[in-house]
Design a protein around this ligand. Structure first.
Ligand code: 3ON
Ligand code: FE
Length: 488
């Protein structure tokens, strides 16, 4: 066996940049087929459909997007039945996608800096948003919805993935209203007479920002809405809930829209981090009561793991970045991973009586895309699953699956390095499961060795044994964002 000096070890990379980049090629084709290349066994009891969303196009007829978050939404479904799996993918036929595919060139600017061809003059003062429906896909109230946080959802046919049109949630959203891409499913508590709820928020930024909170019942009917105005600009991508509270983190950012108006930058590229100011945590009671705001050290959060109430305090577990990842430096394809901060999991404990927040690091390994047992949402919990870097320290692409035991502190890691790249795991409880980790984890991997994607199915109770099954797709799916599982 080869032995390595410590400095050589540090230089040894767990991936090649060429391999990583190949996962960001457009996938313009749409497929529908039974997956017949399967390594291992698909569990017979796994019945239902995994939906995933993400940018399907990284270019529009050869014009590259400036950032993957600007890519047109492509929804994938993998339907499991009797040990077999059927794959399908379709682009969301948003107005922008249809028009641009017809025109053969970009007709819209992207929030993350994509510009129309034609230089500054062609872009200045064009402030139309292209709703790209690329961030999440959920099935709720008999509707399959593709979400993008700055505009309304698109409704899709859950079987064919055909786009049925924009959906204003039975009149809940007015024309032009936003709806965040991060709804939370509150499982409720039947012993307390609390039914399940879908809770989501919407942000209307400006000199002051309006946060609207929505709650829907199982049938998709709006049961509660409240709106609050908070001082200053806010970019809030995700939030957390407990049975009594919604929690939103407002990072200290400034927004100077001038370069956006002038056609020089995308809106998100005009956001800068203010490291001398605190991050504010907005605590909104879900069932009435005064809103409270607490402060903690400056940090930026895209995603929260979970939150819960404990002994009069609120605990929130969140992936924090030292600052808002600056977008303006260079092309995402030439990123220097070492030069940008990684996401790490922190635990915030909020004492509402004393208006105090304490925080401690839980996972120092670079990680993102947390998920947990859906019945533990908003409740005390033990296990969090995430996409993670192969190496225990430093910023790097996600190549691993991490299971964190928050009670014992034990971590389990399964890595797909050097040629595998991971993303968000989705937890599916077993039909008769008892333990919190009695379920499967579904993880879409980009497999650079095949230049195709694999769906890996893990036993959540033991991820280190590797996947129970690997479903080899006949093509690649560009690195995606979020997805969900539904039993039908
Ligand atoms: O001008 C305002 C500012 C702003 C940024 C208003 C606004 C609402 C138009 C706005 C828009 C925000 C949008 C559209 C955000 C979309 C975010 C998005 C599509 C994805 C975010 C992903 C986050 C993470 C952390 C992804 C991580 C990915 C990896 C680790 C790589 O696989
Ligand atoms: Fe997200």
């Amino acid at each position: 066996m080869q032995t390595l000096e410590p400095n050589q070890l540090a230089q040894q990379s767990s991936f090649s940049k060429e391999d990583w980049l190949r996962g960001y090629r457009s996938q313009p084709q749409e497929f529908a087929y039974w997956i017949d290349q399967v390594e291992g066994q698909i569990p017979l009891e796994l019945e239902g459909t995994l939906f995933r969303n993400g940018p399907g196009l990284l270019d529009i007829h050869g014009y590259p997007v400036r950032h993957p978050f600007d890519g047109d939404g492509m929804v994938n479904s993998i339907a499991f039945s009797q040990g077999r799996a059927f794959y399908r993918n379709r682009f969301v036929r948003t107005g922008g996608y249809v028009a641009e595919q017809q025109a053969g060139k970009p007709l819209y600017r992207g929030v993350f800096g994509t510009q129309k061809p034609g230089g500054v003059l062609a872009n200045a003062l064009d402030l139309r948003l292209k709703n790209i429906a690329n961030t999440h896909v959920i099935y709720w109230g008999d509707k399959l919805l593709a979400l993008w946080e700055a505009a309304a959802p698109h409704r899709l046919d859950p079987y064919t993935l055909e786009t049925l049109g924009l959906d204003h949630l039975d009149g809940t959203l007015a024309e032009g209203d936003a709806f965040a891409a991060h709804p939370r499913f509150d499982p409720g508590d039947s012993s307390q007479g609390q039914p399940p709820r879908l809770v989501n928020f919407a942000i209307k930024p400006g000199l002051s920002t309006t946060i609207t909170l929505y709650e829907f019942d199982l049938h998709g009917n709006l049961v509660q809405r409240q709106a609050h105005s908070v001082p200053g600009f806010a970019f809030i991508h995700d939030f957390a809930i407990t049975p009594h509270y919604a929690l939103l983190f407002q990072a200290p950012v400034a927004y100077n829209p001038l370069p956006y108006l002038l056609g020089l930058k995308g809106a998100a590229e005009c956001i800068t981090f203010k490291p001398e100011e605190p991050t504010k945590i907005w605590v909104i009671p879900r069932h009435g009561g005064a809103v409270q705001t607490l402060e903690t050290a400056p940090c930026f959060v895209f995603h929260h793991g979970n939150a819960f109430e404990q002994e009069g305090q609120i605990v929130v577990d969140s992936i924090c970045y030292r600052d808002f990842p600056s977008l303006e430096q260079e092309d995402y394809r030439t990123v220097d991973f070492e030069a940008v901060p990684e996401g790490q999991l922190w635990r915030f404990t909020l004492n509402l009586d004393h208006n105090m927040v304490t925080r401690e690091p839980l996972i120092e390994r670079c990680c993102e895309f947390p998920c947990l047992h859906p019945q533990r949402q908003g409740r005390p919990y033990r296990y969090l699953y995430l996409g993670a870097a192969h190496a225990p320290r430093g910023n790097a692409p996600l190549q691993a699956l991490l299971k964190q035991d928050l009670v014992s502190g034990e971590e389990q890691v399964w890595s797909a390095a050097p040629q595998g790249f991971s993303g968000e795991p989705v937890f599916v409880p077993k039909p008769q499961g008892q333990a919190e980790d009695d379920g499967w984890l579904l993880l879409l991997l980009y497999n650079a060795a095949r230049r195709c994607s694999d769906l890996a199915i893990f036993e959540a109770g033991d991820i280190q044994q590797g996947p129970l099954a690997r479903l080899l797709l006949a093509h690649h799916v560009p690195y995606g964002l979020h997805g969900s599982f539904t039993e039908c």
